[in-house]
Design a binder for this molecule. Structure first.
Ligand SMILES: [Zn+2]
Length: 266
């Protein structure tokens, strides 16, 4: 059985064998995605991803043989987005609030006997707290919480969609904008788009976000050519719905593959 969690009645839910059921909880966000893409970009993508993951699993004969149920939970629309809080429209849970939101969902599912949950990470900023909840829920509740990434951004098929020269495309850039366009083109206004670059420090150096030294980024670290905060990485202007369709399809392939891997071990 592969269904949306909240479409089942209480009596139907009572019949579900919880020990062989995976509950996928998609984690979205309401935060700025540049001038051109909607505040709900991550939440829209999360809703689309679970729909596509369900469809991919329905078609996968190997998965259907595994005798594992999948129930997809409604998207949690708000996440931990403090890095975008100073941009108009962004709304974030405080870390302690978000921790409890995720923990309480695991607790609720665990009380009914579910043993396996997947957090589908549709906003990178949610990952750190999702990891903490995963460990704590396993210790306290005996529930395994797997983390599955929702964007196949390092897949060659996805990378090939990025326009030449747009090398540092990530948050709110061409790929994410294209994904929204594939869902609903009317929600994107490319006319207003502007590229975002790393802000330079007073010493003329770029802030570094990788390697053995890390500084978790804030939206203001990304600026326009005029040095104004724009909060996105990369240049959205080459985004198209066709590119978005490829990215969504490949991302759903990867995520569905992750679900199949989990189904093999539970
Ligand atoms: Zn996003």
């Amino acid at each position: 059985m592969i269904k949306e969690y909240y479409t089942l009645t209480r009596l139907q839910m009572e019949q579900v064998d919880k020990t062989k059921t995976l509950v996928i909880v998609p984690l979205g966000a309401v935060e700025q995605h540049g001038n051109q893409a909607p505040l709900g970009t991550d939440t829209l993508i999360a809703g689309e991803m679970v729909k596509r993951i369900r469809a991919k699993l329905q078609e996968d004969e190997e998965f259907l043989k595994k005798d594992v149920n999948v129930l997809t939970f409604p998207v949690i629309p708000v996440g931990y987005s403090v890095e975008h809080q100073n941009f108009c429209g962004s709304v974030t849970f405080k870390p302690e609030t978000y921790y409890h939101v995720l923990y309480d969902i695991c607790d609720g599912l665990g009380r009914h006997g579910f043993k396996n949950i997947v957090f589908l990470i549709c906003h990178g900023g949610n990952r750190a707290l999702a990891e903490v909840v995963s460990r704590q829920a396993r210790q306290d509740l005996g529930v395994k919480v797997f983390l599955v990434a929702s964007g196949a951004f390092s897949s060659p098929r996805v990378k090939a969609t990025v326009s030449p020269g747009n090398e540092m495309d990530f948050h709110g850039g061409e790929m994410e904008t294209a994904m929204v366009m594939a869902i609903d083109e009317s929600l994107v206004d490319l006319e207003t788009s502007a590229p975002g670059h790393h802000r330079y420090t007073r010493k003329g150096k770029k802030l570094s976000f990788g390697g053995s030294v890390a500084l978790p980024w804030m939206g203001e670290d990304f600026v326009t050519e005029e040095d104004l905060p724009i909060g996105i990485g990369g240049d959205p202007k080459g985004a198209t719905a066709e590119k978005g369709e490829i990215i969504l399809d490949e991302s759903a392939n990867e995520a569905a593959q992750g679900i199949i891997e989990i189904a093999e071990i539970i």
